[in-house]
Design a protein around this ligand. Structure first.
Ligand SMILES: [Zn+2]
Ligand SMILES: [Zn+2]
Length: 82
């Protein structure tokens, strides 16, 4: 089982989403939401369009995604370009 919470930059235990490295490096792009069904209290994990293409052609995303606390996700995602 994966942990449902991580320790945030504030030191509190909070829910998290997985986000691909590319969105972290450059949040000013399209964010593709992936449904979460492992018990974490978040609606989506987020990847970029290129990762979506790779995922749909059968690649695993494990090497490019990292857990990010929901507060940091919110800040990053506010820069999303649609
Ligand atoms: Zn954080
Ligand atoms: Zn990506």
């Amino acid at each position: 089982m994966i942990p449902l919470l991580i320790e945030c930059h504030t030191g509190q235990l909070v829910p998290y989403s997985f986000i691909c490295q590319h969105l972290m490096d450059n949040p000013q792009q399209v964010w593709v939401g992936m449904d979460v069904n492992d018990g974490r209290e978040v609606e989506k994990d987020w990847i970029c369009e290129e990762c979506l293409n790779n995922f749909e052609s059968g690649d695993t995303l494990e090497e490019v995604i990292s857990p990010i606390c929901i507060d940091c996700v919110k800040i990053l995602k506010s820069e999303e370009v649609i």
